[in-house]
Design a protein around this ligand. Structure first.
Ligand code: SF4
Length: 88
């Protein structure tokens, strides 16, 4: 005897991948304003109009953008970016 299960549809309150987030931070003491991070991940990093130093647009970056944040961290010559608590 086999049983068949109907596919369960998402319900309000269900967790999705978009709700998960990773912490992204820029060490302002290391950042030299090279802008590479903002070019690699423009939706994740923004640059200060005055000194060009970078900061995360949001400290809690959706998991869907984690890969972009990690690429940006690898591109930073000053190793100023940490993703998920891991320094680049
Ligand atoms: S690439 Fe690194 S040093 Fe350059 S702006 Fe971004 S965080 Fe700062």
């Amino acid at each position: 005897m086999s049983t068949t299960r109907a596919a369960r549809r998402p319900r309000a309150g269900d967790r999705t991948g978009e709700e998960e987030a990773v912490k992204v931070r820029v060490d302002q003491g290391r950042c030299q304003g090279h802008t590479l991070c903002a070019m690699v991940a423009p939706g994740v990093f923004e640059l200060d109009d005055v000194d060009g130093h970078a900061s995360a647009v949001e400290e809690d970056v959706p998991a869907t953008r984690e890969a972009a944040a990690r690429r940006a961290a690898r591109s930073c010559p000053e190793r100023a970016i940490s993703v998920g608590g891991e320094a680049s």
